[in-house]
Design a protein around this ligand. Sequence first.
Ligand SMILES: O=P(O)(O)OC[C@H]1O[C@H](O)[C@H](O)[C@@H](O)[C@@H]1O
Length: 281
Amino acid sequence: MSITEFEYKTGFPALRLTNSNGSASVEILLYGAHVLSWTTNNKQILFLSDKAIFAPGKAIRGGIPIVWPQFGPGPLPQHGFARVKTWRLGKTNTNDDVSVELHLLHDEDTLKIWPHKFNLTLTIRLKEKSFYQELTVHNEDNHTFEFTSLFHTYFTVDDIKTTTISGLNNVTYTDKVDGSKTKTETNKTLEFTSETDRVYNDGGKNANPILINDCIQVIGSGTTSDIVVWNPWQEKAKGSVDIGEHNFSKFVCVEVGHVHDSVKLDKDQLWKGSHEITLLK
Ligand SMILES: O=P(O)(O)OC[C@H]1O[C@H](O)[C@H](O)[C@@H](O)[C@@H]1O
């Protein structure tokens, strides 16, 4: 079991966590507390675009961006600022499962655009077949603040056209590619034939775990029970500088979080949200 510090590309301090027999590893940038890669059983689970842009202030296309304190468009930049800030390494543990804690504290720049004092801790834990992330939000201000939060995970798939997702049957969702209409999932298994951008409200309350291709299981916590499912499809991927037409079929985003409404966090209070991803076979 080890934790190694290294530099990713030029100027991006990074960490590599490896389990005891070397069969699983994860790579994390301090920039965005961004998980770039998770391999287990010699299989890369996450998708990272070959056109991803690594530059200060830019979001990285692929891996697991942390969406906080705002999901989607709004008064703040799209998906908030946590994914484009540099986090600080805190506690590490190599005794049981290998894990690290990363921290992000409010600063002059965040206070200018979001006038609330916060302290975020992201715990990342690697087990042999699974990977766990937990975000703790501490309200360090003297008033209540609100936020939405999401683990924006990009999963690598052989072909989006043959990809299936199960576990969402009967769950209500907002269809962002159909005028944000509210619908109920009628399919036992979700398949992809066109651009898909859906916010399943309280998806996680549904007792079923989410399964991607019957092989990867995704589970949120009680506080993170919404599931966003996204693939931009060919045209939008072509128009996106950091995706590219050739990449649209290679990934699906299955994102666990709390986005159907805002979390209201009182002063001095803590909020925790997590997800666990397991390779079943
Ligand atoms: O391009 P980004 O800002 O990273 O957002 C990528 C996607 O994130 C989520 O999945 C949203 O539901 C989509 O509407 C959005 O297009």
